[in-house]
Design a protein around this ligand. Structure first.
Ligand SMILES: Cc1cc2nc3c(=O)[nH]c(=O)nc-3n(C[C@H](O)[C@H](O)[C@H](O)COP(=O)(O)OP(=O)(O)OC[C@H]3O[C@@H](n4cnc5c(N)ncnc54)[C@H](O)[C@@H]3O)c2cc1C
Length: 491
């Protein structure tokens, strides 16, 4: 039972973090209104259909389902009445230009025993690496993911002391690629472990080896598939939020956060001013400051950190089934280093991009017509700096089609029945992500965790932030933790 109080809270944006923050604030007894600029909810975690094909428009890899469950339990509901999922095994299929392919499995033991015989590395080497990443995760998670990094008192905890005592073990002074090249002889294994830098839009040749905790999450904590696809996360959380009394306003872009004498007073939409005791912005923090708080002093250093990569996505209806593909597939580039240099140094598109193909109809047959498949075909690209994206999209389409044809020995062009395309400009306009960067600031710097904006304003009372552009960072689980940290700071 929610213990009502007379306080009110506005949440700006209905990304997964905004919805989670709204649920948590409602459970604290606040009257909560979510203002969403779009006509649909979920931000990046949304879904569309085209000619009988359904597509998840953004995230496709789902980890830590317990963070979704937690919101139902907090609200006194049984999560299984709203939201269900399966643990995946196998998880990914990898294809290489030399004609070989590898598959990744669930759990350390199975992963190592299945991969070792097909690579130049031993089972012991793979297990040793996975043990190391597990230790790194155990040392860092509490400090970097579960608490505000910006509250002085949090630096005097057991978890921080343990992290500091073991600082040498968290890989802060090496790059992901550096650590992975030391761990493995097989270039394909190095590439497989390097690719996890893309989960937060960074380069494995620049990002600290601490990010090698990401494969630990996927391989050991597990990768999941939500029944009905990723969008069911948004749908079920919105259902829960509405049931407990959160109000959603669609087509309601917030134009300004109203502040007087450094105290938040409310927000302005096209319908005028509405007063609120607390405002939580789930809008990208760069744009929150630049668009909604134009006259406030900005934390320039944090806002101007280099931004993450973006993506070009072809949502294709394919009128054939491909048994050689599974739910998650990657067709790797031949020269990974050159690919990342093109993205992060040349701010351009690469001629031989690694391609991620996600096909939810493998698990949810209703997502495509009989005998067909819904392909979410993604390549990492630079963020939007005003490049000629029409040209980049056309060129990338050719690169992607040629590579798929080469590796799968097919002619995919003839099989594309319908198409929608996202590029960094679309991502920017659809979710207000600065420069169309998918993951906020990049993590190409060992201090990046400390250079994300806090979950609260240091200058303006009762103004808070949640979502992928602020602490602890992007992805569904981190956005859910962001909402948890943010709301825990509100009395
Ligand atoms: C192509 C792609 C693939 C991804 N893959 C994965 C993956 O496999 N696994 C994973 O965990 N994560 C993945 N991510 C990242 C993940 O989707 C994001 O980190 C997360 O969904 C961001 O959620 P958020 O709460 O920050 O808000 P967002 O989803 O960014 O939504 C912000 C919302 O705020 C609204 N808004 C903005 N400004 C205003 C305003 N002024 N007034 C009102 N409303 C406003 C926007 O319309 C939007 O709805 C992917 C993202 C993309 C785009």
């Amino acid at each position: 039972m929610i213990k009502e109080n007379d306080k009110t809270c506005a949440v700006i944006g209905s990304g997964v973090s905004g919805i989670a923050a709204a649920i948590r604030m409602r459970n604290k007894g606040y009257r909560v209104v979510v203002f969403e600029a779009n006509s649909f909810l979920g931000g990046k975690l949304s879904s569309e259909t085209n000619k009988g094909y359904r597509f998840d428009m953004g995230p496709s890899v789902f980890t830590f389902p317990e963070y979704v469950d937690e919101l139902f339990i907090l609200s006194g509901k049984n999560p299984r009445d709203y939201f269900n999922y399966d643990r995946l095994d196998p998880v990914f299929r990898y294809f290489f230009e030399d004609g070989t392919s590898l598959e990744s499995f669930d759990g350390k033991e199975k992963y190592a025993s299945e991969l070792a015989p097909k690579t130049k590395d031993t089972k012991e080497a793979i297990l040793n690496y996975l043990d190391k990443t597990e230790k790194m995760y155990d040392l860092t998670a509490e400090v970097f993911l579960h608490n505000s990094l910006h509250k002085f008192k949090n630096y005097f905890t057991k978890a921080v002391a343990k992290g500091l005592l073991n600082f040498g073990k968290i890989g802060a002074f090496d790059t992901m690629n550096g650590a992975n090249e030391k761990a493995f002889k097989d270039k394909r294994l190095v590439q497989i472990f390097n690719r996890y830098s893309t989960y937060n839009g960074s380069s494995p040749y620049l990002a600290p080896a601490t990010l090698n905790v990401i494969p630990h999450v996927e391989i050991v904590k597990g990768a999941y598939y939500p029944h009905g696809g990723m969008h069911s996360i948004t749908k079920s959380l919105v259902q829960l939020a509405k049931e407990i009394g959160v109000v959603f306003k669609f087509n309601s872009p917030v134009r300004e956060i109203v502040v007087e004498n450094n105290l938040t007073k409310g927000i302005k939409t096209d319908n005028g001013f509405e007063g609120f005791d607390v405002v939580i912005s789930n809008m990208d923090v760069y744009n929150t400051y630049h668009k909604l708080l134009p006259s406030c002093k900005k934390p320039e250093k944090l806002l101007n950190q280099p931004k993450s990569s973006s993506g070009i996505i072809f949502y294709w209806g394919i009128k054939r089934r491909f048994d050689e593909l599974s739910l998650h597939n990657i067709l790797f580039s031949e020269n990974y280093r050159e690919e990342f240099e093109t993205i992060f140094t040349k701010n351009s598109i690469y001629k031989d991009p690694s391609i991620y193909i996600n096909i939810t109809s493998k698990h949810s047959p209703g997502d495509a017509p009989e005998g067909c498949e819904n392909w979410f075909t993604f390549i990492n690209v630079t963020n939007n700096q005003g490049q000629d994206w029409d040209k980049f999209v056309n060129e990338s389409r050719e690169h992607v089609i040629n590579k798929i044809n080469r590796i799968l020995k097919t002619d995919i062009r003839k099989l594309i029945e319908c198409e929608m395309v996202f590029d960094p400009r679309v991502i920017e306009s659809r979710t207000s992500s600065a420069f169309g960067a998918i993951y906020g600031n990049s993590s190409n710097n060992k201090f990046s965790a400390f250079l994300r904006h806090p979950n609260f304003s240091k200058k303006i009372k009762n103004l808070y932030f949640c979502g992928g552009s602020v602490h602890p960072g992007p992805s569904i689980p981190l956005c859910l933790l962001s909402a948890k940290i943010t709301t825990s700071l509100i009395k």
